[in-house]
Structure formats: C-alpha cells, structure tokens
Write a protein that binds this ligand. Structure first.
Ligand code: UDP
Length: 408
C-alpha cells in the first residue's frame, strides 16, 4: 500500500487577514516544493473546535482592536507570563476535549501555529494525548507573523522550532525563555504569488480594468478594511482629483463597500472599490504606491512589489513597531491625517519624484531578500516532519551551488 501522505496541521484564525494569508502561504509552499507528498490543512481552532463562548473570540477581534483603550488593556494585561499562562491553562480545561478531537480528526505529523493564542493550549493537549499513549509526540513549530512587536503568548519554551521574521522578534523570543537553537530567522511567509513572475504592470492594469496611464494608488486597511479609507478618498479627491486613480480595497468591511459603491467624487477622482480580494499580488503589481495601516503582511508584500508605503495608522500594540520599521528603513512615511497624505501624494506626483524613486528602490531591495523566506521555512518544516528530507535539501543546495559555480 502507498505510504500515507504526511499531514501538516496549521493552526490559524481569521482575525485580520494576516494569519490566514500566512497559512495559505505555507500550504502553497509545501505544494510547490513537495507536490502531493504533504497534506496541509489549516484550521481555525478557536472558531471551529472550541465550545461557546470561546468560539466567539475571533469574532470580537475586529470590534476590540477598533477600541484602542480596551485593546491596550487586554493586550498589556495578558503580556506577563504570570497572567497569561494561568489564564490559558484555565481556558484549556474548558476547551481541551474539542481541541483533542480536532487532532484526532486531522492526525497531524506536524503542527504549525501561525497565531499568538495557539501555543499553550494545543501544546498542552498534544502532551496529554502523548502521555495517555493516544499518539506519538507530534513536533510543533510556531511561525510568527508579526514583524516587530510581538505579544509574549507567541513564545512557548516547549515548541520544537520558532520561526521569526526579524532579529528584533528573535530577541523577544529569547526574552521569553526560548533558546537560540529553537529560533530561526527566515522572514515572513508571503504567498508564492508575490514571488512569481506575474504579467506586466500594463497587462495587469488592462485585466483589472484600471487606467493605463495615470499613477494608481492602492488604499487598503488589512483584512478587516480598517482606517480612514473614505476620508482619505475625500482628501485625495480634493487635492489630486483626476490626476490619479485609486483602488480602495475594503476587505471584509461590508458597510464601507456599500457606502463607497454608492458615492461619487466631485473633484474627478476615479475610484475602484473592491471587497476582500484573493489576488492581492496582482493589485499591488498594477499600482504605484500603497496607503495602508501598518499590517506586517501588507508591508512585506508591498516591499516585495517595490511599492513606496504611506502608513496611515496601526493596530495599537502589535503593529506599533512596524511604523519605525518602515520609516527607518526609508521605504515610506507615516502620516495619519488624510489631508497630509494627499499632500504627500501630490508631491510625489508633481515635484518630488526623487523621494518616490528612492523609496521604491529601497522597497525592492528589502523585498527581494524576503522573497525566499516562505520556501526556507517550508523546507525546515518538512525536515521536522521527515528527517530524510534533510539530505534531499542538502543535495539540492549543493546542486544549486554547483550550477552557480559553473555558470560564473
Ligand atoms: N488581504 C487580502 N485581501 C484583501 C485584504 C487583505 O488578501 O482584500 C491580505 C493582505 O494581502 C495581507 C493580509 O490580508 O496578506 C493582511 O495582513 P496584515 O498583516 O497586513 O494585516 P491584518 O489584516 O492581519 O491586521
């Protein structure tokens, strides 16, 4: 009989868009490198495998993060280990039966968490199952999807590996008791569509129904369509009007989509409104710049596409560090006020091409270093699942080096 495909279970949650995008990236990365050898399932454990009221938690996220003070209290309140370890341990008493059933259903050979609240509880359940002889110990990896500021719940000393995007995150991991040999810095796992050769900018503009000549601005607010999207459009209309086109991607914010679809702009600004799109790589490639909140996924994707970034806000706490990341790396600017954002764009479009070009070049430079992150993470995960693959990876590396050697 054919050997069973190895199964990788990715624990994610549909809070924002970043965790899902990372889970999708891992799934696509495994398929790209190993074809059919792995089955990768991503599972929203809190929503689908915990009882009420725990299964409602992800739904409250969008509301919570919009209330800055409440979110800060919740976030910092749970930051110390002596608080969040007992809190999560108590929750696990209520949810562990269903979480255990999820593991029985998916039969993972490797568990990968891409969410800060999916370390302690699943690790505890897996250990319980191993102790009771229900299953062999399953290797567990965390893939951190924040870029700079990370909540302490991301880091659990009992994970086998923890993949972080930056040295800053590595230091946070070590402060939380992880040892250097548990931590690997590869970058963020970005969906392969961003590293593939897509159609040209002009072709994509045609396909997406965009203007062929005007500069195009992409305006997004993460998976939930957050931030002052409408006010920014009004300011751009007033200041730039018909001199550029804007693509407003509203994510899952249905009210905003409806409002924007039913209004026009008196200054002649041309606006294309979209809800949650699944081809973000195409939209980014077709556009010339991006206005966004400081979401780690969106920032990394924009860098890969070489887009100068205007950050117009951040989710309190976990996205705060991403602002200096963008500004200090000279790939963009931070400006909250819609009128000031419109002024920056007007400057870029009319007088200061040099600033725009230097941001774009730096973005491409940093982005190109991150293109390979996903596959590097996937190779390491695959080896955790099947150590025989290590020798394959070494052979492939040697072969690549040889090809490079003979080519140069
Ligand atoms: N995204 C998407 N379609 C949309 C809106 C967002 O695919 O319509 C993706 C976006 O490309 C990024 C992720 O959702 O990969 C958003 O992640 P980020 O970390 O920027 O912010 P979050 O929404 O998680 O706060």
């Amino acid at each position: 009989a054919p050997e069973r495909r190895k199964r990788v279970m990715v624990l994610m949650s549909d809070t924002g868009g970043g965790h899902r995008a990372s889970a999708e990236a891992l799934q696509a990365g495994f398929e790209q490198l190993y074809g059919n050898d792995f089955q990768v399932d991503y599972v929203d454990v809190w929503t689908n495998h915990t009882p009420y009221p725990f299964n409602q938690l992800p739904k409250t996220y969008s509301f919570m993060v919009r209330n800055s003070l409440m979110w800060r209290i919740g976030y910092y309140g749970q930051q110390p280990r002596f608080i969040h370890v007992p809190t999560q341990t108590v929750s696990s008493l209520f949810v562990s039966k269903q979480v255990a059933e999820a593991f029985d259903q998916y039969q993972p050979d490797l568990v990968v968490s891409v969410h800060p609240l999916m370390q302690l509880v699943p690790l505890r359940v897996l250990r319980q199952q191993a102790r009771r002889g229900k299953r062999k110990p399953v290797p567990f990896a965390t893939v951190v999807t924040d870029l700079t500021t990370c909540h302490n719940t991301w880091f659990h000393p009992l994970v086998d590996r923890c993949f972080v995007p930056t040295l800053y995150c590595k230091r946070s991991a070590m402060k939380n008791g992880l040892k250097e040999e548990q931590i690997t810095v590869h970058g963020l796992p970005i969906r392969p569509a961003f590293s593939r050769n897509l159609a040209s900018k002009q072709q994509l503009r045609k396909r997406l129904g965009l203007d062929q000549k005007l500069p195009i601005v992409l305006l997004v607010g993460g998976g939930e369509g957050m931030g002052a999207i409408e006010k920014t459009l009004e300011a751009l209309d007033e200041r730039v009007g018909g001199a550029c086109q804007v693509v407003a991607i509203c994510g899952r914010n249905k009210a905003l989509i409806e409002r924007l679809s039913n209004r026009s702009f008196s200054g002649g600004l041309r606006v294309k409104v979209r809800g949650f799109v699944t081809n973000m790589a195409e939209w980014m490639t077709a556009c010339d710049t991006i206005i966004t909140k400081a979401g780690p996924g969106t920032i990394a994707e924009a860098l890969i596409c070489g887009l100068p970034i205007i950050l117009n806000g951040f989710i309190p706490c976990q996205e705060e560090g991403n602002v200096p990341f963008v500004v200090d790396n000279k790939v963009g600017l931070f400006e909250r006020k819609p009128a000031a954002i419109a002024a920056i764009l007007q400057r870029w479009l009319t007088s200061d091409e040099a600033e725009y070009n230097s941001f774009a070049e730096r973005a491409r430079e940093i982005g190109s270093r991150w293109k390979g992150a996903l596959l590097r993470i996937v190779v390491d995960l695959a080896i955790m699942c099947d150590s025989a693959l290590e020798i394959e990876a070494i052979k492939a590396d040697a072969q690549r080096a040889l090809v490079q050697c003979t080519a140069s």
